[in-house]
Design a binder for this molecule. Structure first.
Ligand code: PBG
Length: 325
């Protein structure tokens, strides 16, 4: 005779379930990606990212105060410059839009929220690639000094964390040495270590007006979705170069990678629940097919359960508000 395991005993009441829950999801586990555009006179809604905006500096400040009030952990800023060029100069211009916004955000909420800056060139280049293009390819080593300059300008403007997302080899080392050389030894590096070439970035590219030239893609520098072990090599290399936190992106299609990195590394681990992941939930919810905020909480909990300490997500404000209730 087999004894019946009475597993339902611990699920009987909400209080019991709460007591034995293995995973938490709190507002301060969430970091909100925010877009700020140069030269707009009012916030512009992003069609493929419902409830998200290209902000003005003023509307950005309203949004970050709201995020502080609902207890979010941080914000990560993306700039949309009014002028792009071949080498992405607006990314490292001391008066570029992201630097202007960082100063304002630091002064408004810098004590309460962790202020981060995405560090890449694609929003700032005419060709839409993450680095300098030579002979039709992104030149890794010619790009590094531009990332280093950008990091220093972002730190000077008030970024507590810089987050290189371009997948250039050696980017973390180049940024760490530039930051240290300029006296920014306390600036944290959050490395997009395992960043996959994904179909889920579509809405983001609308949000920042990026069109990759000549129908190109990023498969020459972002990871191939068939590869799992390779993510460990990327993350270990970044930690060796001085990354303080490593990140996996996208989140839900790479939960195995998150679990691997959690097991193998002892640095904090982040995940990016990206624009396409958000847009799919929003679209289904808008049709009345799913309960959007419930699905968002389930997805973000899965990302925490797989091993992420915190999650970058466009749901940060909405879910933090829901969790506070
Ligand atoms: C590169 C960058 C991208 C995202 C974050 N940083 C786009 C890309 O690699 O093409 C995507 C984020 C998202 O889809 O939400 N600057």
């Amino acid at each position: 005779m087999f004894p019946t395991e009475r597993l339902r005993r611990l699920r009987r009441t909400a209080a019991l379930r709460q007591l034995v829950a293995e995973t938490t999801l709190r507002p301060n586990d969430l970091v909100a990606p925010l877009f700020v555009a140069e030269g707009r006179d009012r916030p512009w809604p992003i069609p493929s990212l419902p409830d998200q905006f290209q902000h003005t500096v003023a509307s950005l400040l309203d949004e970050v105060r709201h995020l502080r009030d609902v207890g979010a952990g941080g914000v990560i800023l993306f700039g949309v410059p009014s002028v792009k060029d071949e080498v992405g100069s607006a990314a490292y211009d001391p008066n570029g839009i992201v630097q202007v916004a960082l100063r304002a955000v630091r002064d408004a909420v810098g004590e309460d929220l962790v202020v981060m800056a995405d560090l890449c060139l694609d929003e700032y280049t005419t060709h839409g690639h993450c680095g300098v293009v030579r002979d039709g390819a992104v030149d890794n080593d010619a790009t590094l000094p531009l990332y280093a300059r950008t990091a220093v300008e972002q730190a000077r403007a008030g970024a507590a964390v810089v987050a290189p997302s371009g997948m250039m080899d050696g980017q973390v080392a180049a940024i760490r040495s530039a930051l240290d050389g300029a006296g920014f030894t306390d600036t944290v590096i959050l490395a997009y270590s395992a960043k996959y070439a994904s179909g889920l970035y579509g809405p983001f590219r609308d949000a920042v007006d990026v069109r990759i030239a000549d129908g190109g893609d990023r498969r020459g520098y972002q990871q191939d979705s068939r590869n799992r072990r390779e993510a460990l090599r990327e993350a270990r290399a970044d930690v060796a170069e001085g990354a303080d936190i490593v990140m996996v992106k996208p989140a839900l299609t790479y939960l195995d990678v998150l679990a691997d990195l959690r097991r193998e590394l002892d640095v904090p681990l982040a995940a990016y629940h990206v624009s396409g992941e958000y847009a799919m939930v929003k679209a289904a919810a808008a049709n009345g097919w799913i309960d959007g905020v419930a699905v968002a909480i389930e997805q973000l909990t899965a990302v925490r359960r797989a091993g992420a300490d915190f999650v970058l997500t466009y749901f940060a404000g909405e879910v933090a508000r829901e969790l506070q209730r």
